[in-house]
Design a protein around this ligand. Structure first.
Ligand code: ADP
Ligand code: ASP
Ligand code: MG
Length: 476
């Protein structure tokens, strides 16, 4: 049994949807559950609609709704033959777009885009795409059954980033999906959306459709969870930044989780959790090149001779530094600092400490003014926005002699505000100005993945000087 999840890029236009149909057809006969994201760019546009309307720009919000309507009806027109099914989907989409207009009108009056409304509004993307996709597949002769994910995924009531409640989710998935599978049907559902135990709609956070697929796979004890996207697999770096990036054939759960957490958008950071707990392999595949092997993510990955496996980055970080002499030899100090972050529900993504100071990189800066005000009770606080965390991931990185030297060898001219190694066996992270990111990622990629032919691959520190000359040198 497999769960196949198709991302926004795979369902963003008629050509890609035809590819999805071809992939699904190759699986017919086996038990599969299909999870669809919203059509590419839809969720961003729904968010824009909410912001525009609640800021009183109602007409502008209607224009965005109209462009979304255009995209969805164009796809219906291109892919569906006239039939009662097409008429039903058309009527459904029509009603949905009218609801969106009514929501925008209400938001413009209320001027309040609350998290609960945000979940309702953004969730329409997946509902629309899955309805259309289900009908496309049905017309292709696949015995699909549309299932509402809000009846499968049960979550906490935290809007915009709810946590699934696994036991209840597993129970519902088994109750609703197993009879369909046993009957030879193909359930089609939505990623991203869920509902609380009281039936209030929630979402699992942006990019959360991967997580939905993993939750369903774990609930049903799937043999494999397949994440179909627009790249050949998990790559040695983000291919949109490094075109030379290469596919990583096999990764461990831990390596992939570090990458996902530190910004490799290809997987939602929580995706691997349900899979890890049940040892279910997760495979990342390219809808545009379905014949590829993709990347398989397993509990344990055999060593591939490559010390560094991949480089990820996360932009939009803020670095908070607290310097305090009170900290000197005082126990319980860090606990008090972290309690402040905890109280404001902001997670500390990377941390470095010295005897009198602590530096914390955070992604969610919305509550930082409040946090900084609390921290100031303990010492002087500096807040530095526009930072990026770079994360180098590889098996047993911590134990590798000279690895720090190798990583920073070509970055002598880059100002690094913080370095963290040792928290995990497999990750070294550091913080740089956002502007430096393309340079840093490009050089690291070249250092670890593109210089093998020069015999310079992952050298030991004593070969350092020679190799620097070989690449034309960086400012030392
Ligand atoms: P989907 O719509 O299929 O969910 P996403 O945009 O969420 O697709 O994720 C795929 C994108 O992730 C790729 O297009 C790529 O730019 C980005 N990405 C970032 N880091 C990596 C990486 N290490 N390997 C592969 N893709 C990555
Ligand atoms: N459509 C949602 C988003 O864009 C969920 C997803 O694509 O995974 O965030
Ligand atoms: Mg995604």
């Amino acid at each position: 049994m497999r769960v196949l999840k198709f991302g926004g890029t795979s369902v963003g236009d008629a050509e890609n949807i035809r590819r999805v149909v071809r992939v699904v057809k190759t699986k017919v006969g086996e038990p599969v559950v299909l999870v669809f994201s919203a059509m590419g760019g839809t969720t961003d546009k729904l968010e824009e609609i909410g912001h525009l309307a609640s800021q009183g720009k109602f007409e502008e919000s209607l224009a965005v709704i109209s462009s979304l309507r255009g995209l969805h009806f164009q796809i219906i027109g291109q892919l569906l033959d006239d039939s009662p099914g097409k008429a039903e989907v058309t009527a459904f989409c029509d009603r949905t777009f009218r609801t969106l207009e009514e929501m925008a009108r209400s938001l413009s009056v209320l001027a309040d885009f609350s998290p609960a409304v945000q979940d309702r509004l953004l969730g329409y993307g997946e509902i629309l795409s899955s309805r259309i996709l289900a009908e496309v597949l049905r017309q292709e002769g696949i015995p699909v059954e549309w299932v509402d994910a809000r009846e499968l995924i049960v979550s906490t009531p935290e809007h915009t980033a709810a946590d699934p409640i696994f036991e209840e989710t597993a129970k519902r998935c088994r109750e609703k999906l197993l009879p369909l599978l046993e009957d030879g049907r193909v359930p089609v559902t939505q990623g991203f959306i869920a509902s609380s135990a009281d039936g209030v709609m929630t979402t699992l956070g942006r990019g959360g459709s991967d997580y939905t697929a993993s939750l369903i796979g774990a609930s049903l004890g799937a043999d494999e969870i397949e994440i179909w996207t627009d790249v050949d697999g998990v790559m040695t770096a983000d291919p949109s930044l490094v075109p030379q990036a290469r596919r990583i054939p096999v990764m461990s759960f831990n390596e992939a989780a570090e990458l996902a957490f530190f910004g490799a958008r290809v997987l939602h950071p929580k995706t691997l959790v349900p899979a890890v707990e049940r040892g279910i392999p997760v495979r990342v595949l390219n809808t545009r090149r379905p014949e590829g092997q993709g990347t398989v993510i397993l509990a344990e990955a055999p060593p591939n001779g490559q010390r560094v496996k991949s480089i990820a980055y996360k932009e939009g970080m803020t670095l908070v530094t607290l310097v305090s002499t009170e900290m000197f030899k005082a126990h319980g100090y860090l606990r008090r600092i972290f309690e402040i972050f905890d109280r404001f529900r902001v997670s500390a993504d990377v941390v470095a400490t010295s005897e009198v100071s602590v530096a914390i990189a955070v992604w969610d800066a919305s509550r930082l003014p409040l946090i900084a005000a609390e921290l100031e009770k303990y010492g002087s606080v500096a807040v530095k926005p526009n930072q990026a965390v770079v994360c180098v991931v590889g098996e047993r990185l911590k134990e590798t002699p000279g690895i720090v030297c190798q990583i920073f060898e070509d970055l002598c001219d880059v100002k690094t505000s913080m370095v963290s190694l040792g928290g995990s066996e497999i990750n070294l992270s550091f913080v740089v100005d956002e502007d430096e990111l393309p340079k840093v990622i490009t050089r690291l990629h070249r250092r670890f993945f593109e210089r093998q032919d020069e015999g310079a691959k992952q050298r030991t520190p004593d070969t350092r000087k020679k190799s620097k000359e070989a690449v034309g040198g960086t400012k030392a």
